[in-house]
Design a protein around this ligand. Structure first.
Ligand code: JHZ
Length: 394
């Protein structure tokens, strides 16, 4: 049974960066549910993939040094530990991971044609299509099987999870490994990061829920790594149950017990999270209100999908935040989804006359603080809302 626990209001599509602001843009009701049987947490309204992921998709994985480094480290680990004959990446974006591999040993799947174009230009075999059974069958015909499938921040974006794993099962070799990486539900709940829920994040996985789901496909998690990326992610190493090549690591048991101890298998934890989100909204608004009464100049940093979710939930617009800065070309001179706040191409000087910066990319706090030492030493401060709304400068 699906039990409701949080209403994040009427939201725009979190990556719909319009050139001209218009209040009339597609919106949907963002409500969060916990399934008491499967333990899966999901949003109720499903936007078709073709609407969310198309040739105008702005997000680029390689825009932060943190992510580039994380993918590079993982690529080295994959080569040493698994040495795959053929790697397939589902959701290869602009090739931040793929390009660490040899061209004839790695293929990508990326439905956003503007992004697929980037890896194609680098001569990586890239299917610019959605991950489903039809595509998987096509890949099987050409490559027979794949011994390593990798997917970061993608599978949770696909509504039909059954089809996702059925399609993986079709081409994963018997001794093959599937590695998936997504924000951790435990970290998300612990840090009150309600902004991890938006139209693209149809599910936020816990190890408990994923383990339950994989059973139906004779797949099992044999190792889990905690990562600092995206506010705390989990990297799951998965194999076929009958594949005895890899031992079950203690990390799996540890993660499951951590989650159970915290209460991720019970509805009460989510109900509480819902209450905290409402309080977090109130406290964030109080901070902005106080600063605006003192005539402080506030801008935003990192026009993330998460920032769009927070600003629309809290109804914060250009009366509070003058503009955002971001390094992603596809976001320059566009507007925060649903809000009349312009995004400017990042330049250090844009922070010169600014008193406070709302950290939309709070998950890159360390990287950004390192970059903005001058702003901080000149008395500049940041507003952050996780785990609790507050003003910080270190
Ligand atoms: P970032 C997107 O979410 C959408 P978002 C998606 N659903 C998902 O799952 C994750 O990515 C993986 C900018 N930036 O990664 C770049 C700077 O300007 O938190 C990005 O626009 N300067 C697929 O949007 C944004 O911040 C900087 O120094 O929540 C970061 O977006 C740095 C470090 C980043 O993802």
């Amino acid at each position: 049974m699906n039990k409701f626990f949080l209403d994040l209001g009427v939201q725009p599509l979190a990556n719909n960066f319009l050139k001209k602001y218009s209040a009339k843009q597609p919106r949907y009701n963002l409500k969060l549910y916990f399934n008491t049987k499967s333990k899966m947490v999901s949003i109720s309204k499903r936007i078709p993939s073709s609407v969310m992921f198309n040739s105008k998709y702005p997000y680029r994985s390689s825009m932060s040094s943190t992510m580039r480094l994380s993918f590079k480290k993982l690529s080295n680990e994959i080569k040493i530990k698994f040495n795959p004959k053929l790697l397939l990446e589902i959701g290869s974006n602009d090739g931040a991971l793929l390009t660490n591999f040899n061209k004839n040993k790695a293929i990508g799947v990326e439905p956003c044609k503007n992004l697929a174009k980037i890896t194609k230009a680098k001569r990586y075999f890239t299917y610019d299509d959605y991950w489903d059974f039809k595509l998987s069958s096509k890949i099987k015909k050409k490559f027979k099987e794949v011994d390593l499938i990798y997917s970061a921040n993608t599978l949770t974006h696909i509504s039909n999870l059954k089809d996702v794993f059925k399609s993986i099962n079709l081409i994963l070799s018997d001794k093959g490994v599937l590695i998936i990486e997504d924000p951790s539900l435990l970290e998300c709940i612990k840090s009150n990061a309600y902004d991890q829920f938006y139209n693209e994040h149809i599910y936020v996985f816990s190890a408990i829920a994923l383990k339950n789901f994989l059973k139906k496909f004779d797949l099992e998690i044999f190792d889990i790594k905690n990562l600092p990326t995206h506010g705390g992610s989990l990297r799951y190493f998965i194999k076929r149950k009958k594949n005895k090549k890899f031992d079950l690591k203690i990390s799996v048991k540890r993660q499951l017990s951590k989650e159970i101890k915290f209460g991720l298998n019970k509805f009460s934890i989510y109900k509480n999270f819902g209450e905290i989100a409402k309080r977090s909204k109130y406290n964030l608004l109080m901070i902005f209100d106080k600063l605006k009464k003192q005539n402080k100049k506030i801008i935003g940093y990192g026009a993330t999908a998460k920032a769009s979710t927070v600003l629309n939930y809290c109804n914060i617009g250009n009366e509070t935040i003058d503009y955002f800065v971001d390094t992603t070309p596809n976001k320059f001179n566009r507007f925060i989804p649903g809000k009349n706040i312009k995004i400017k191409k990042y330049k250090k000087t844009l922070l010169n006359s600014v008193d406070y910066v709302f950290l939309g990319a709070w998950n890159f706090k360390n990287e950004i603080f390192n970059k903005e030492k001058a702003f901080i030493s000149n008395g500049g401060k940041f507003i952050i809302h996780v785990p609790l709304p507050r003003i910080i400068n270190k």
